[in-house]
Write a new protein. Structure first.
Length: 90
């Protein structure tokens, strides 16, 4: 059974999106700059997946920020809370 992503993953994803847009970059450009597959970049941005520390550092470096910037506002509670599942209509 797939685990529902935490709110922490969604929070980090929103910070990645915000910085990427500030720089005027596409997801594909970030993927090339970091060496991370574009499907993973999308999953991070959508909060479906949590980047590991290595990926987080690569993303931060490509976006010209300290890795801590992409962790701002995180609290232990966000790691405990689950992101609500969205229903898909056929």
């Amino acid at each position: 059974m797939a685990r529902t992503p935490s709110l922490a993953a969604a929070h980090i994803g929103s910070l990645i999106v915000e910085r990427r847009r500030e720089l005027g970059l596409t997801q594909d450009e970030v993927a090339v700059m970091t060496g991370i597959d574009s499907s993973n970049i999308r999953a991070y941005e959508n909060g479906r997946s949590m980047p590991n520390i290595h990926s987080l550092i690569r993303i931060a470096y490509a976006m010209e920020v300290e890795p801590g910037v992409l962790l701002e506002g995180l609290t232990p509670r966000l790691f405990e809370q689950q992101k609500p599942k969205t229903s898909r209509s056929a």
